[in-house]
Design a protein around this ligand. Structure first.
Ligand code: SF4
Length: 66
């Protein structure tokens, strides 16, 4: 299991992540995506696919233990 996160300094608000995984990503008041708090930890295959969706590389992951 890995923990997903979005770098809001890089996110361009394209919506691809929230369109593909509406249960995991949402938009905040600044118009950038963030990971819904109780959905941050996901299986590695989901994490891999979700990080690959972002056109600017704003989605990353870290080991759950961190
Ligand atoms: S796919 Fe990337 S750039 Fe687009 S909204 Fe999600 S985090 Fe932001």
């Amino acid at each position: 299991m890995e923990k997903l996160k979005v770098n809001s300094d890089i996110c361009i608000g394209c919506g691809a992540c929230a369109a593909t995984y509406p249960d995991i990503f949402m938009f905040n008041d600044e118009g950038t995506a963030e990971v819904i708090e109780d959905q941050q930890v996901q299986p590695e295959d989901i994490v891999e696919e979700a990080t690959g969706i972002c056109p600017v590389g704003a989605i990353s992951s870290e080991n759950e233990e961190n």
